[in-house]
Design a protein around this ligand. Sequence first.
Ligand code: WT7
Length: 683
Amino acid sequence: MGKTSLPKKSSSSASAHDSIESILAENRRFAPSKQFSSRARIGSMADYEKLYRASIKDPEKFFAKQAEELTWFKPWRKVIQPPAKKGSFEGTQWFVGGKINASYNCIDRHLETARKNKAALIWEGEPAGAFGFEQRTLTYQQLHREVSKCANVLRSLGIKTGDRVAIYMGMTPELAIAVLACARIGAPHTVIFGGFSSEAIRDRVNDCDARLIVTADGGWRRGNIVELKKNVDQALSTESSGTPVSGCPSVEKVLVVKRTAHGVDMVPGRDVWWHDAMADASADCPAVPLDSEHPLYILYTSGTTGKPKGIVHTTAGYLLGTYLTTKYIFDIRDEDIYWCSADIGWVTGHSYILYGPLSCGATVLMYEGAPMFPAPDRFWDIIERHRVSIFYTAPTAIRSFVRAGNEHPEKHDLSSLRLLGTVGEPINPEAWMWYHTLIGKGKCPIVDTWWQTETGAIMISPLPGAVPTRPGSATLPFFGVAPQVVRKDGFLCNPNEGGYLVITKPWPSMLRGIYKDPERFHKQYFSEYPGIYFTGDGARRDKNGYFWIMGRVDDVINVSGHRLGTMEVESALVGNPAVAEAAVVGRPDEIKGSALVAFVTLKQGWPPDEALREKLREHVALAIGSIARPDDIRFTDSLPKTRSGKIMRRLLRELASTGAVKGDTTTLEDFSVLEKLRTAEEE
Ligand code: WT7
């Protein structure tokens, strides 16, 4: 330990190269169009390589130059501050000594330009009103006013710089306003995805001791009301804590946006209506100059063990990372209408609905509801009506559009599109080709962007107009990013040899820690290969140096582009009185990427029947949220374990993906037949 494990060269030689002709043919096939390249910021592979090399050779110089494009209250002293402990980049700090504010960079600075009257947010609600679907537009000036007022409201409710604020809302402009208001006064936000349960809210709020929760009476999803306020009430209730104190003792106030107006209980002294508070608030609230390393937000994400971990991002480095990637990877322009279909409850929404595009002064489209509501063509309809030019979505969404049928996009004029993006999971070449042909009409570059909650910003992606794409490959690293594929022993893999994806140099938007858990931070990311960052993903690198991400190598399952820890689902299951033991694995699924299969042993006296199966699925949905509801529950009288008592997940995975589910639902899995396999795995 202590010594950095920079990947070593492997002993065996690289495998033979493909014929140059075949590579050139592929390059021609997926080359950026002349039309795109001629106006792209980085218009050729040579330009990309030149800048990339410079960024790796002298990152301080490179990022200092880029950071001048942000607006600073006070310049930094040092671009990269290495940690005290030698031989590791864990704990690296960026732009030390500088003062900056993310909200100011996303809003105020645009008011000094013609952008002040430009749309910052174009919002479309799920339901229709009297004049078609509900719509609202906020110019940069209007956004500035709302965010300033909201920041004053937060202050009037007792929030000071450094206090944590939880935000649990649907996708309405108030969510964006609340996030930017927190950033304005330096109160780290923790956005909790609106699909999470009251238990999930409680865990997160208590982990970071949030003093205030911003929520809404409800949200619209697939024509139904999501009971957001009720879930918050439940999280705060004394019965949820099982004691006479609140389930979330740190929470003093709840700020409630009226969205669905369907009637909710307001607790006097604790709950405040957003519109009442905003009516009285002053619109004057200068952004607070914050240290570069002031925490901007905490975002909880699933890990390999137990409860979700609070990923901490700080201000300057994160802002620079999201700003630069939005500028170069989405090639964003003032005239673009940019739409990222993610929810702000996930990191994609933080970085690529809010901080990245707004710091670039872009026009961001924000949509409240479900993709196929009220009809399967809703997304294409939105693109046509708003003239969306850049569209960023997830492979799982693309696969469900493929299944819904070509007639839906074909009904619409999608000619405004000029660039497409995907994120969240590996994209299968069929879905890529469909996206390319049916949506991009063969003329839009596709940026397949690999990154993580932890990385803050995109790490591996083609630069459109410069880097030829390959269906299924995220291609090459962004400026300053140094990824490698290594073997278990830390040696570099040969071309096309599968291994572990690591990052060998610090980058500005890297996570700064796991909230209140430095040990877990170290263990999770910097101990597998001492001193360098372990991603948890498997990958291979081809002979062109392109990266092909193969998915998680740990006990995290990627369900529809969302991360779920098997342990989290298992502990939800054993929280049910009927369950003795549970093991959760992923099984390949055509739409979701992975589906969740739970193997469950029951306590004495519980019948392994359909009713209980349904009850357990519901139990997990209540404990975590619908995204965690197991697709299959398989009852068994025991779980296959090694002699040391470890559950043999590989075996269960195999069984879940290949083993025919027994028709008779009351039959228990019989693991005795697996005796042989068991012995094999132990050896
Ligand atoms: C995990 C991170 C970062 C935005 C959304 C997910 C997988 C992400 C890709 C991609 C293949 C991808 C990885 C990664 N992933 N993008 N383009 N190709 N896999 O954020 O919830 O933190 O999940 O998503 O497995 O580790 P997240």
